[in-house]
Design a protein around this ligand. Structure first.
Ligand code: AMP
Ligand code: ZN
Length: 114
């Protein structure tokens, strides 16, 4: 999608700190990290919000979580623990309208979130 920040990152039109990539997914460091580890895992295909998910996306969403699990292991936060978050629309705190799974770790997380 032309006007999408994360599509531009996928197409390498904008720089990013990529830590994982395959044909379907990309993971990169969040530009404004909220924890010592803060990665974003995104599908390469443009999907605006969780509300736009369809049954055909099931495998893709599963792969995003398996990638989070793998990165947590690689970056040595798996045992201590970590958080995964999808924000949806305005009240959910979504700022970029291309779905992304936040992977946060390396510090104690608070609950409930603000
Ligand atoms: P959300 O509020 O869930 O939409 O999260 C959007 C996230 O994207 C925020 O944590 C931002 O810091 C992050 N972000 C925005 N622009 C960039 C960028 N160019 N590279 C990496 N992360 C970004
Ligand atoms: Zn996009």
């Amino acid at each position: 999608m032309d006007d999408c920040l994360f599509c531009k990152i996928v197409n390498k039109e904008l720089p990013s700190n990529i830590i994982f990539e395959n044909d379907r997914l990309m993971a990169f460091k969040d530009i404004d990290p909220q924890a010592p580890i803060h990665f974003l895992i995104i599908p390469k295909m443009h999907i605006s919000t969780l509300n736009d998910l369809e049954s055909g996306h099931q495998e893709l969403i599963g792969e995003m979580f398996l990638t989070a699990k793998q990165l947590a292991k690689e970056y040595k936060i798996a045992k201590a623990g970590y958080r995964t978050v999808f924000n949806c629309n305005q009240e959910g705190g979504q700022a970029v309208y291309h779905i992304h799974l936040h992977l946060l770790g390396g510090r104690q997380m608070c609950w409930p979130p603000g």
